[in-house]
Write a protein that binds this ligand. Structure first.
Ligand SMILES: [Zn+2]
Length: 414
């Protein structure tokens, strides 16, 4: 199983696991369970995750017989629940196990989901119970503040952390930069970065670049991009971000210079790729690629959806398309983004109340985010898209993030 997974994320370990179960191999091996759960969290194999989860519950039953599932297994279960958006299950486990390390893990997951309030409430309970926060807990708390747009609280926890003698790590600094950036306080973020006693990593600079793009701060964006490209001159994502910064301001000449640099340095962009699991099979969609055997039907659905979405007044976010072409063509390109193909396939193959779950390798762009929101309302479907950074859960024309937190979704980029 490990051999399969080391190649690339593949469903093979899950197939092997099925074989093991069907052959009635003993299921008490927590290592195997943890490993399969890891596969499930990488792949969009939610149904499979639930099956494994049942086995873990069964091993909970074993607990009564004196065999206790270990912490590694439990953390994997929580990860799998969080990664597949099954937070309900995750919460259930939270009450099931009162171990400190696991609480920390769950708190980090809560933050990923944008459920800042719950993470902070958990933290308050920990404080009441006089459980000393460690550096992991504080990452959870700071990132919860960032996702919740709670700048004042974030600053407060930051001071508390310094006072209690915990030395901030790169992750903590990253959370603070994210906190400022999400609140559109770019100057504060920049000052904070400049004051760091350790050299900021590429992720921190990237967070800033995304925010500069969102706030159309071109000069600051160029300074930030300069730092980023010095650190990571071979990462395509950095060039794409810079080029999308220019695209958002229609600076086509500068954009083409970035594109040329990429070409000269032999850097290829990773194409957007989304996958969806239908009846136990994982279907992959690449942006603008129509090689799927049911492409004709998918095209039909895409056409219908685009008509309906436009008829309720959706204005396409043209700057999401990184090409200097006419607006009509740009809109067509948006409808070929991989997550839309995957969602269309989900609409084609499943019916409510089945949740459409899509996993994407890159970040979801701002237009796909808006369109998915509209689709969830028009088709009365719950849609969950997991991109490289976080979860987006769409229900009845809204997202969980927007329900709880104002303006938390600001990290876009195709
Ligand atoms: Zn998109």
């Amino acid at each position: 199983m490990r051999g399969f997974l080391s190649q690339s994320p593949s469903p093979e370990p899950i197939f092997l696991f099925r074989k093991l179960v069907s052959k009635k191999f003993p299921m008490s091996n927590t290592f195997t369970l943890a490993f399969v759960l890891k596969c499930c969290s990488i792949l969009p194999a939610f149904e499979e995750g639930k099956q494994v989860h049942k086995h873990v519950i069964a091993s909970g039953e074993m607990q009564k017989g004196g065999v206790e599932p270990d912490e590694v297994t439990m953390v994997s279960v929580i990860s799998a629940c969080a990664m597949t958006g099954a937070l309900g299950l995750g919460k259930w486990l939270h009450t099931f196990i009162g171990k400190k390390g696991i609480k920390n893990d769950l708190e980090v997951r809560f933050a990923i989901h944008g459920l800042a309030k719950e993470a902070l409430e958990t933290f308050a309970k920990m404080e009441e119970a006089k459980v000393e926060p460690n550096h992991v807990t504080l990452i959870g708390v700071l990132s919860a503040c960032a996702h919740g747009g709670l700048v004042v609280e974030g600053r407060k926890y930051w001071s508390t952390m310094l006072e209690s003698g915990i030395e901030p790590s790169m992750e903590h600094y990253g959370c603070m930069v994210d906190l400022f950036c999400r609140a559109n306080q770019i100057e504060e973020a920049y000052e904070f970065v400049k004051s760091m006693p350790i050299a900021p990593n590429p992720a921190i600079w990237r967070t800033m670049l995304v925010s500069c793009k969102k706030n159309k701060m071109f000069d600051k964006g160029e300074i930030v991009a300069d730092h980023l490209l010095q650190l990571e001159p071979l990462n395509a994502e950095n060039y794409i971000l810079l080029s999308s910064l220019y695209a958002s301001g229609s600076h086509w000449v500068k954009m083409s210079i970035v594109r040329r640099q990429m070409k000269e340095r032999g850097i290829k962009a990773v194409p957007g790729c989304s996958s969806i699991e239908i009846n136990g099979h994982v279907h992959e969609f690449v942006m603008g690629n129509w090689s799927h055997p049911e492409a004709k039907d998918i095209r039909g659905i895409i056409w219908e959806v685009s008509e309906r979405v436009q008829s309720v007044g959706h204005e396409p976010w043209i700057a999401s398309v990184l090409q200097n072409v006419g607006d009509g063509e740009k809109q067509d390109a948006l409808w070929e983004h991989s997550e839309r193909l995957a969602i269309a396939y989900g609409l084609l193959k499943t019916k409510a109340p089945v949740i459409i779950r899509v996993v994407k390798n890159l970040r979801v762009c701002v237009d796909c985010h808006e369109v998915t929101k509209t689709i969830s309302k028009l088709y009365d479907r719950e849609i969950i898209v997991r991109d490289r950074i976080r979860f987006h859960k769409f229900v009845d024309g809204r997202t969980i993030g927007e329900l709880n937190l104002g303006g938390a979704f600001n990290t876009y980029g195709e």
